[in-house]
Design a protein around this ligand. Structure first.
Ligand code: MG
Length: 404
């Protein structure tokens, strides 16, 4: 057995602010030395919990935590069939925890192990959504005042019902892709008129319109100079990026649904996108993400790691290590603040202010989880969330279920 070895691996399930979070903790034979990593796939959290505790735990106990690359490669194929969001998230929790341990052993933040900082902080964009256009403009004005320079604007609900994954579509009406596409153009026209060039604007289409409409929309948005046009096409329609690229110079961000190398490689190699939007835990953690970022650098693609509320504070701290150390950083999705309960459970959360996310420069990932506090906030009971994390379908007028 190596001089230092893994003694325990377990997943911690907690929902301090209602979102199911899964964090992996790895303990070692060195007293007090442990690491934490994000394994949050909030829609299938229990499946990740099982993958970690029932399959990766016995695979890892007794191994040397120093061997991050070897552990990642071996664990990835330990079930023979690999990839997918469940297994990749389980692997990410382990991988990020091992980087946390390595940083703590070195007495350095992980970004120092990755080459050191090449910027002081990571610029973030935050979401702006409101029921009316005037409320949306007020919110954007407030965010500009708080120091944000890049904002993601949703179509106001008075113009169009926006699909909410937690609300039954049947209760809220149907979804009209053509009306939605027209509303986005109207939104950009209005906001450019109100704010001029005081702020950068972006929009996430969430793959909710047919490919040819997405191409039309990319052309229609060109004159408003969006920061980027996000998720215009579903991963299954990847070949359409080639056509979109030939017809429009709007910067394209794509990738949060990718879980396999074969999905993002052609888009980078053929320079079909501008921002890589991968969800770090969904591709298996920091080890594959740092390689992906390096590959992107050679092809002029910048990073824009996926960072909604279901990336745990541990996951945000992990991707911030890449934001700080990768020259081809583009933007980080972030939040103006975390809830009080989340702050009770997680310590060392990266702070967001002045339009950027700031690392605390603690050793490792610089973030920790209080397990006793986490236990006070179990996952919501099935009676509170009847679909247990699944999304209600968004439907066309005729009842057809469409992609989120
Ligand atoms: Mg998106």
């Amino acid at each position: 057995m190596p001089a230092i070895h893994i003694t325990d691996v377990r997943s911690i399930c907690t929902a301090p602010d209602g979102i199911r979070l899964v964090v992996v903790k790895i303990e070692t034979s060195e007293p007090g030395l442990y690491g934490v990593g994000c394994a949050t796939f909030t829609q299938r959290a229990r499946a990740v919990h099982t993958a970690v505790d029932e399959y990766l735990r016995p695979f890892l106990i007794g191994r040397d935590p120093n061997d991050i690359e070897d552990i990642w490669q071996a664990a990835n194929v330990s079930g023979y069939w690999r990839s997918g969001p469940v297994l990749n998230n389980a692997l990410s929790g382990v991988d990020q925890a091992l980087w946390d341990i390595k940083g703590k052993r070195a007495g350095m933040p992980v970004h120092q192990l990755l080459g050191g900082k090449c910027r002081r902080a990571a610029d973030v964009y935050v979401h702006c959504a409101a029921p009316s256009i005037t409320a949306l403009e007020e919110l954007i004005e407030r965010r500009i005042g708080e120091g944000y320079r890049v904002l993601r604007a949703n179509v106001p609900r008075e113009w169009l019902r926006y699909p909410e994954p937690t609300v039954p579509a049947e209760a809220g009406g149907h979804w009209e892709p053509r009306a939605y596409a027209r509303a986005i153009v109207r939104l950009f026209d209005r906001l450019r008129g109100t704010f001029g060039d005081r702020v950068e604007l972006l929009h996430d289409v969430h793959e909710r319109i047919p490919p040819i409409q997405a191409i039309q929309l990319a052309k229609d948005l060109e004159s408003y100079h969006p920061f980027f046009f996000e998720d215009p096409l579903a991963p299954e329609d990847g070949e359409y990026f080639r056509i979109m690229r030939e017809q429009s110079s709007v910067p394209i961000a794509m990738g949060e649904l990718f879980v396999n190398l074969s999905e993002y490689l052609p888009l980078i190699r053929d320079r079909l996108i501008d921002y890589m939007r991968v969800h770090v835990s969904d591709i298996g953690g920091l080890t594959p993400a740092r390689k992906l970022a390096a590959l992107c650098e050679f092809f002029g693609v910048r990073t824009a790691w996926h960072g909604p509320g279901d990336v745990s504070p541990v996951g945000h701290a992990a991707q911030l290590q890449l934001d700080l150390s990768c020259h081809n950083f583009g933007i980080q999705e972030g939040h103006p603040g975390r809830g009080e309960r989340t702050r009770e459970v997680f310590h060392g959360i990266p702070e967001v202010h002045d339009g950027a996310m700031w690392a605390n420069d603690g050793p490792g990932l610089g973030v920790d989880i209080d397990e006793r506090a986490a236990a006070r906030y179990p996952f919501p009971h099935i009676s509170e969330r009847p679909l247990n994390g699944s999304w209600y379908p968004v439907r066309l007028r005729d009842g057809t279920a469409i992609r989120p």
